[in-house]
Design a protein around this ligand. Structure first.
Ligand SMILES: Cc1ncc(COP(=O)(O)O)c(C=O)c1O
Length: 372
């Protein structure tokens, strides 16, 4: 079969696609689906602890030959802005089509589609104050894509189906307004973000600010309070402040952020991560209020965490004493049980002081049962 270009063979070509590990799930999950269907091989580009791209590695990857390069222009969790112009130049140099996910960047920072070597640019309306449910894929002239939606050959055959006219008008108007207001708005938003950041830094010891602080979206403040699980802070401030632990689209998903994991941040920084968003309509008063709310939540969370941990430990030790008294010949059980409790308590957060109690009890019971 090698080298024989039958129709079936051509259809089954495995495309090499290079992406950042910090991409939005919209890109990651699509790539993973293509890979599972055997249609694509996904190559992950390297990022550093600020989520910034390693351009040397990108160049090496492109020089080996890939079919598509896809990188985001700015990261939705930590706000890192990628050097799209340089990335585009590298892609152009090696003749590689470049898909740029501009969802977080368009309307916030300048993106020069015509001069930066971008082949396809994806934008999402509601990220820059257009209505929800409208976006666009901008194609460089002469580029053709196979449609995902068939029927009627609209948009030169790229996407069939009746157009969402109100959405499109809203998107167009939002683009017009952003081109007039973006520079001034973003400068003010960055000042508000910096004010919030410095208020928090001065009141919360060891506060970590994540992302590339030199190249960061104005409206993004991504912090970690190491040692205080983000869930504890969110539970405390939920009714006053809308903040999240990661990508808004994944909120409610209790896995560590893939972005922070790709940045190889320490686990306590990942567990304490909070994403705060500011925008055109954020007022100075709201910034002060947000700082007050978070700053007053901090000592309460710290205190609760201590109390719950203590309660969990006390319960665990009581259970141990009970079992050692009840089964005096089971001393051998004690060491592994204590080891287990030490290990599991290291991972418990303040919500689950009670489950520390339960898990210690269950572990003790099952170990006693095992060795009985
Ligand atoms: C970087 C990035 N890409 C893609 C998306 C998906 O956009 P949409 O929800 O409009 O499909 C988002 C949404 O948050 C995003 O931040």
């Amino acid at each position: 079969m090698d080298g024989i270009s039958t129709k079936q063979n051509v259809d089954k070509k495995v495309f090499k696609i290079a992406i950042l590990p910090t991409e939005h799930k919209a890109v990651l999950d699509t790539c993973s689906a293509l890979s599972q269907k055997g249609l694509a091989e996904i190559i992950f580009l390297k990022v550093d602890s600020q989520a910034q791209i390693d351009l040397d590695h990108l160049e090496k990857t492109c020089s080996k030959g890939i079919d598509l390069l896809s990188t985001m222009a700015a990261n939705n969790e930590v706000g890192t802005i990628y050097p799209i112009q340089q990335i585009g130049e590298i892609a152009q140099h090696y003749g590689i089509p470049f898909l740029c996910d501009g969802s977080q960047a368009v309307g916030k920072i300048p993106i020069n589609f015509s001069e930066w070597g971008i082949t396809f640019l994806a934008i999402s309306g509601h990220k820059f104050y257009a209505p929800k449910g409208i976006g666009a894929l901008v194609l460089r002239r002469g580029q053709r894509l196979k449609p995902l939606i068939y029927g009627g050959g609209h948009q030169r055959g790229t996407r069939s189906g009746t157009l969402n006219v109100p959405g499109i008008v809203g998107l167009g108007e939002a683009c017009r307004l952003r081109s007039r207001e973006m520079a001034e708005d973003e400068q003010r938003i960055a000042q508000q973000r910096d004010r919030l950041q410095s208020l928090l830094q001065s009141a919360i010891p060891h506060l970590v600010v994540n992302g590339d602080l030199q190249h960061r979206l104005a409206g993004n403040l991504h912090i970690s309070i190491p040692g205080i699980p983000n869930s504890a802070v969110i539970a405390r401030v939920r009714n006053q402040l809308a903040i999240s632990t990661g990508s808004a689209c994944s909120s409610g998903v209790e896995t560590p952020s893939h972005v922070l994991t790709a940045m190889k941040l320490p686990s306590e920084v990942i567990e304490g991560a909070l994403r705060i968003g500011l925008g055109k309509f954020t007022t100075d008063d709201e910034v002060e209020q947000a700082a007050d709310i978070l700053i007053s939540a901090y000592p309460i969370c710290t205190q609760r965490l201590k109390t719950h941990r203590l309660a969990g430990w006390t319960a665990a030790v009581s259970i141990q004493l009970y079992f050692l008294k009840t089964f005096p010949s089971r001393e051998t059980v004690a060491t592994p049980v204590y080891d287990f409790i030490f290990a599991s308590h290291g991972k418990l957060d303040d919500r689950i002081g009670i489950s520390g109690f339960l898990s210690s009890g269950c572990a003790t019971l099952s170990l006693c049962k095992l060795s009985a």
